[in-house]
Ligand binder design. Structure first.
Ligand SMILES: Nc1ncnc2c1ncn2[C@@H]1O[C@H](COP(=O)(O)OP(=O)(O)OP(=O)(O)O)[C@@H](O)[C@H]1O
Length: 382
């Protein structure tokens, strides 16, 4: 079981998590719901040991302390993260991406069985093993990302907004797949803005508001909770009093009153009208009025100054190009600049009277090196 106790995180002076405590059991899907900036990604990153901020509190897995260990060690101990944006290697094939996930020692001896398990979970990946990952659709790439995390044979799989950018159909498929992951006995900690579908497959859920957990309950009860419907499922206040989330309209025209969970108030997402004090229609009308009353054209003196400035700039650019061309003609052959560090062309001999030569900076592009692990266990560069 994953147990998070009083987790805190701060980026400099800016607190991102305050005293967050939660649990995820084996074969349990737990969803974290929260508005933008509530701290959801920070929570997953802090558990994985990759949070850039200062982290406090304790994370335990199976009674063993994970806090303070490196991110590699945390994967090794059984917690895998599918980050927001997937992070797959686009130039590698599906199979290569999956096999990269099997690098932790805990997964190496079972690589073939894990691969089979992943391909059983995502049959589409079985057909596409040799396909270059970047040519897959968004939903398929998400399967590769989840499959790669599963290749590390995790006890706990954490996913950050896996449905982001997927069509409704692919979302449905994704959530069905996650329900199958749970069937394998893996605990799933899911951060999602798609509250409806995530609550439909989850066992329990936590509401994270403004750095703190403000409520926890069983997923079916959260889905029926009027306050949750209003804050996360887009129900109107009237519809929220009904208990069937499915019948609730998606958008509210009424200002949402403050929501209360237990004794702590949660801040629901606010409409533009609530935040700005003006409706979108009013803003558009205002902008149209201002635009209609704005003076047309540009004052002649401003136009003249702008024209002069443009001509000055153009003549400077032309001079630079001429100097660069001269300097290139005079440069001796067989003397290419060394590209490892920025290199600067120096003025050629006898060119002092032509003013300073333009500075040309050359940087080496970052190179990604791919290593393959042979059956012997040795790594070889591709
Ligand atoms: N690397 C960072 N440096 C500084 N501040 C950060 C960093 N990462 C996150 N934050 C801040 O921490 C707060 C929580 O961010 P986080 O990304 O965890 O929120 P979130 O709930 O995942 O939001 P979203 O749903 O928009 O992804 C935000 O105010 C954010 O600006």
């Amino acid at each position: 079981m994953l147990e998070v106790r009083n987790l805190t995180a701060a980026y400099g002076q800016h607190p991102a998590l305050k005293d967050v405590s939660l649990t995820v059991g084996a074969g349990e899907i737990v969803v974290i719901l929260g508005a933008n900036g509530a701290g959801k990604s920070t929570l997953l990153r802090a558990i994985s040991g990759i949070c850039e901020g200062k982290v406090g509190g304790e994370v335990m897995l199976g009674g063993q302390l994970l806090s303070g260990h490196s991110s590699d060690e945390i994967v090794e101990r059984g917690v895998a993260l599918v980050p927001e944006g997937r992070g797959i290697f686009g130039d590698l094939t599906v199979k290569e991406n999956l096999l990269l996930g099997a690098y932790p020692a805990r997964a190496r001896s079972d690589e073939a069985a894990n691969l089979d398990r992943v391909l059983g979970l995502f049959p589409k990946l079985r057909e596409r093993q040799g396909q270059v990952a970047r040519t897959m659709s968004g939903g398929e790439q998400q399967m590769v990302a989840i499959g790669r995390a599963m290749m590390s044979a995790p006890d706990i799989l954490m996913l950050d907004e896996p449905s982001l950018g997927l069509s409704p159909l692919l979302c449905k498929e994704l959530f069905q797949n996650l329900a199958h992951v749970k069937d394998l006995g893996i605990g799933v900690l899911l951060v999602e803005q798609n509250a409806k579908q995530s609550l439909a497959i989850a066992d329990r859920g936590y509401l994270l508001e403004n750095t703190q957990i403000v409520h926890e309950d069983k997923a079916d009860r959260l889905a029926k909770d009027p306050a949750v419907q209003k804050a996360y499922l887009g129900a109107t206040s009237k519809a929220a009093t009904k208990t069937n989330a499915k019948s609730a309209p998606r958008h509210s025209a009424e200002p949402a009153p403050a929501v209360r969970f237990s004794s702590i108030s949660a801040t629901p997402r606010r409409t533009a009208e609530q935040q700005i004090g003006m409706s979108i229609d009013d803003m558009v009308r205002n902008a149209a009025r201002q635009s209609a009353s704005a003076p047309r054209g540009i004052a002649p003196d401003v136009a003249l100054a702008a024209d002069r400035l443009a001509k000055d700039r153009l003549s400077v650019v032309i001079k630079d190009i001429e100097a660069a061309a001269k300097s290139a003609r005079n440069r001796k052959a067989n003397k290419p600049p060394t590209p490892s560090t920025p290199s600067y062309s120096s003025a050629p001999q006898g060119a002092e009277d032509e003013g300073p030569a333009p500075v040309i900076e050359v940087y080496r592009r970052p190179v990604v090196e791919v290593y393959r692990r042979r059956p012997s266990g040795q790594f070889e560069r591709d």
